[in-house]
Write a protein that binds this ligand. Structure first.
Ligand code: A2P
Length: 331
């Protein structure tokens, strides 16, 4: 059981918890079992070793379907300008984030890599995601190596197909290349982004590895509940992008009222709502105070009634592009 590999490997250094992996462990870390389709699980105990515990911040880890652990609250760099990315990611790492989400299409992988290199944080204490650009689905191996080079890394923790682009008819080919990357231990897990139900059906019918997660637009006013339920039943974890609705869901009166009741901020309430459902979230902020504020969501308990009041905000209105038709090649 891969989770067990981490047992006994925890060192507490001051208030900073680190995973120590000796050479043999480090080697075995990549010899993980094939994906089983088992449902992802959240570490249940708040004192579980499977948390990223930095100062007062305790970010729960989620077990993906191959046993790889992912910090449930990460930091996204979509729309962070390349020239600002190193500074922004350095701030995020300083604030306590250990999970960073980038993509080749964001053109800021090099800034993420520079921030990682300058942070002094050990590679095994970080969880780094990048994504295959739409226009490179036919050259996934080459694109992946370009991403590794830009990031200055030997492996990524998670590699995703950014969009299905059904009109290209290439995502199955791309996935087969990603299965090779996974088999070569250059990505600890592979997954998909923006895949709708019909795209998942095609992928599962024609390929071997069940995606570890599906990263989709998900926030209180746009929850994609049927898709999320389908993914859960297949053991595919859900990761929410635009978890704050790009800021728009923070103005909902119920969110503002809950924030006042909990002595929290609207962003913390929305993120706490995601976390309580087991969703992986990657809010982004260019502002270091808001980065820290968002990490604070991990300590806000919402009652069932409060959860339901946020869930009731569903409006069916997507902010981003529709994956059924989105075909931008620059992404
Ligand atoms: P900023 O970078 O100025 O903090 P999403 O992650 O859903 O895409 O939302 C990102 C948007 O939400 C950004 O415009 C970001 O602005 C804003 N944002 C992020 N965190 C907070 C917060 N804690 N309070 C208010 N706005 C936030």
């Amino acid at each position: 059981m891969l989770n067990d590999m981490f047992a006994g490997q925890i060192l507490l250094t001051g208030r900073l918890k680190m995973l120590r992996l000796d050479t043999e462990r480090e080697r075995k870390r990549f010899l993980r079992p094939p994906s089983t389709g088992k449902s992802p699980t959240v570490s249940e105990s708040p004192k579980s070793p499977q948390t990223s515990d930095i100062g007062e911040i305790r970010v729960p880890d989620i077990a993906l379907n191959n046993g790889v652990m992912i910090p449930q609250l990460g930091f996204g760099v979509f729309q962070v300008p390349p020239e600002e990315t190193q500074r922004v990611v350095e701030d995020a790492l300083e604030a306590g984030y250990r999970h960073i989400d980038t993509a080749a299409a964001y053109r800021n992988e090099a800034g993420v890599g520079a921030a990682i290199a300058s942070s002094g944080i050990r590679r095994e204490d970080l969880f780094i995601t990048t994504k295959l650009r739409n226009g490179e689905q036919g050259q996934a191996l080459e694109a992946f190596h370009n991403s590794l080079r830009a990031l200055g890394l030997e492996y990524v923790d998670l590699y995703l197909i950014h969009w299905p682009v059904p009109s290209q008819g290439l995502f199955v080919n791309a996935w087969q290349a990603m299965e090779k990357i996974y088999a070569n231990n250059q990505a600890r897990a592979i997954g998909i982004s923006n895949f709708l139900s019909q795209h998942i059906d095609i992928l599962l019918a024609q390929t071997e590895v069940v995606p570890a997660l599906n990263q989709i637009e998900l926030h209180p006013t746009y929850q994609q509940r049927d898709l999320a339920a389908k993914c859960s039943s297949l053991g595919i974890a859900i990761e929410a992008y635009s978890p704050l609705g790009q800021g728009t869901d923070l103005e909902a009166p119920v969110v503002v009222e809950l924030a006042a009741r909990h002595g929290a901020t609207p962003a913390q309430i929305v993120l706490a709502w995601h976390l309580a459902q087991g969703t992986i979230v990657i809010p982004k902020s260019a502002n270091s105070a808001r980065m820290r504020e968002n990490l604070g969501a991990t300590s806000i308990p919402l009652t069932r009634a409060e959860m339901e009041s946020v869930t009731a905000l569903e409006s069916g209105a997507r902010i981003g592009s529709d994956p059924a038709v989105a075909a931008f090649s620059q992404m």
